[in-house]
Design a protein around this ligand. Structure first.
Ligand SMILES: [Mn+2]
Length: 333
């Protein structure tokens, strides 16, 4: 990957300060990093008295709304037909590829409005007019660096947002991205008032019934190829509907990635939000195994150890055929 240059933090700050009406668009792949980076950036804009709007193309999970006040984010906005005219700056947070602003992966930002791209995904092509991409645990971790460089007054609320994103995007401080610098950031955020224990309890000791049921489906459909050191599961929307599950927050591939004696795992899904294709999320069990390479060959993206892509129903009519596509690509990884 060729080295791309980041904009200087002070240059980004002056762009933000001179904006009249900023638009924050949340990435289609909802997670705490996408959400909390947006909330923290919004609080920062409030401090600067910069007018702004936060939009998201989909629903924010109900469980999350019980933890964070997301009322400032307008949900289910069609970002492809949205009227961008009132805005003079767009901020993208946690979008490794700008196309992923929509689940069909074909989003194209308006050409006439400058943008800031703040992110942590490997291979982010620096699609913004201004870019700050740092390979770290989370976008919020990169944002924390910017806030400190900008001498922002990081409130307790902002510290809680940043901490939630760092903790979740690092797999509860377990991924290899969790180094001394990131752990120190957690300490620094706790010193700013962030409630680490409260958030951890909310995350780990508070499982929704729906999530347990979905995990049950994923485990029931688990296929383990011991010889070739991979495993996969299939999560069909029909099986979810049969159990009358309307909403869940399980990240399917994460459920099986700890399986011993595998190089990698993946979950194949049908998702009503991406009709016409299988959605595949891949995870490395062996940290040396590069699943991003597989995803990229199918037009997807992500990280070396956690990546996603889709395969159209015309390319693979059944889940078994989709499995075969992945396995053939994996053989050449
Ligand atoms: Mn992230």
């Amino acid at each position: 990957m060729p080295e791309k240059t980041n904009s200087a933090p002070q240059e980004i700050l002056s762009v933000v300060k001179s904006a009249k009406n900023v638009l924050l668009i949340m990435d289609s792949r909802f997670d705490f990093d996408a959400l909390c980076s947006t909330l923290a950036f919004s609080d920062f804009l409030k401090q600067l008295s910069v007018k702004h709007t936060c939009i998201f193309g989909y629903d924010i999970p109900t469980k999350v709304k019980g933890r964070f006040d997301t009322s400032r984010i307008t949900e289910n906005v069609n970002v492809q037909t949205y009227n961008y005219a009132p805005h003079d700056l767009i901020v993208f947070l946690d979008s490794g590829t700008v196309g992923h602003l929509v689940k069909t992966h074909d989003y194209v930002p308006p050409a006439n409005i400058p943008s800031i791209n703040i992110d942590h995904h490997a291979g982010n092509p620096h699609y913004g007019t201004y870019n700050y991409v740092k390979e770290t645990t989370s976008t919020s971790s990169a944002l924390f660096d910017l806030f400190r460089a900008w001498h922002v007054d990081i409130t307790k609320a902002m510290a809680n947002y940043l901490l939630a994103a760092i903790v979740t995007d690092s797999g509860l401080l377990q991924y290899s991205s969790t180094n001394q610098v990131e752990l120190q950031k957690v300490i620094d955020l706790m010193n700013l008032g962030a409630d680490y224990h409260g958030f951890m309890r909310y995350l780990t000791q508070n499982e929704a019934y729906e999530d347990m049921v979905v995990k049950g489906i994923i485990y029931a459909n688990l296929v383990f190829d011991r010889q070739n050191k991979f495993a996969y599961s299939v999560l069909n929307q029909a099986d979810i509907d049969k159990k009358q599950i309307k909403e869940f927050s399980v990240v399917p591939a994460d459920v099986i990635k700890k399986l011993a004696d595998t190089d990698f795992v993946f979950v194949i899904r049908t998702d009503p939000e991406t009709p016409g294709s299988w959605y595949i999320s891949l995870r490395s069990h062996n940290p040396e195994f590069d699943v991003l390479h597989i995803a990229q060959q199918l037009g997807g993206g992500g990280h070396k150890v956690a990546a996603g892509c889709s395969i159209s129903f015309t390319q693979a009519q059944t889940a078994d055929e989709a499995v075969k596509v992945i396995i053939d690509l994996a053989k050449h990884t």
